[in-house]
Design a protein around this ligand. Sequence first.
Ligand code: LLP
Length: 411
Amino acid sequence: MVFNSSIRYLDQRLTVDEVDIEAIIDEVGTPAYVYSLARMRRNFHRLRAAFAPMSARLHFSVKANGNLDILRALNAVGAGFDCVSGGEIYRVTQAGADADDIVFAGVGKTRAELAYAIKNGVGWINAENVGELSHIDQLAGKANSKAVRVALRLNPEVTAHTHPYMATGHGAAKFGMTTDVIRGLLDKPQAYPRIRFAGIHMHIGSQLADSDATLAALDKLLALTKDYPWIRTINLGGGLPVAYRFNETITPPDQVAEQLSYRLEGYDLLLEPGRAIVADAGLLVAEVLYVKRQAGQTIVVVDASMSELIRPALYGAHHEIVPLRQMEGDTETAQVVGPVCESADVLGADRELPPLKPGDKVALMTAGAYGMTMASNYNARPRPPEVVVDGDRWLVSRRREKYEDVLRYEI
Ligand code: LLP
């Protein structure tokens, strides 16, 4: 069985590129994240090819996965980076990124973060507040820096078709500025002498089910930019969907690109994809601790939890669960749960799985985006290791935390 170009069963063992996952787990234990660099590179190239007719510049959204080896690999194939904090700017800089290839976004950037971004010379700041512009202008003066290139984030007042926690473009959302506010700024750009208003930014949500809302929002954006012809750059954010279910079909990127293309003629296009590059290149491996059958249910307790992967608990997100060793025969309906003391700590409800027993290993699929970056130490659980597979080689990119690590800042 083949899940994608990098993840498949080979001789009934779940394999990432050339590596048997069990061989990794024998050394690093569970729970553990495993990523395929080949799959990430392939996803990146596919997006770049889809948007090549528009010469789009891709800035990988670091919030999806900030692992340094992944950032280095994406930097090597020519990605830029979308950062939303000083910490993320530091992270991508450590991975070798050129400051000019960084866009700095975020609804509440602190003065310290803005000063850090300006000092480092980031390529773009995506501004979301009028107050932020005064800070940028002042700080650029203080740093004696050249004019800071800014894209104003538009809140187009369009509701995206996605989970409500991932919709960011409706008027009530905290994100961006509405058209009237942006017009007010672009009518008097001289109020901010150290800012060069050069672009409009927009991100209406993540895991967008279709392009309808994007196109409606883009029409609003274009109605705005046509009055300010010096705005030559449009940044359409991220949001390209991935298939989380085996039988799910999603709009392929080249189709999205085609739908956008004629509207964007004459503009420079920037994108900030996160999930579409890394989600299906990663999985979280867990071991079955216990199986209990009671109240008409089969409950499979594994050693991964919402502390390592919060998406099911937070969004009701679906991650397919498969055993590392392919099993034939009957299946049963099981509740796959973690050990954390929360009823929400269910990684998979009502899953058809082969009868699992303690010691069996399973993989939670499509966990390469917003998995480790959203992991916590809840219940004083040490965060898991991250293993990066590159062809037939693999390395522990980040080791498993120890108990001492969890206490590190208290003693
Ligand atoms: N640009 C901006 C301004 C964003 O807010 C985001 C995601 C992205 C780009 C990247 O979006 P992507 O291409 O990955 O959809 N934690 C959630 C998703 C929240 C995303 C927040 N912003 C999840 O686990 O699905």
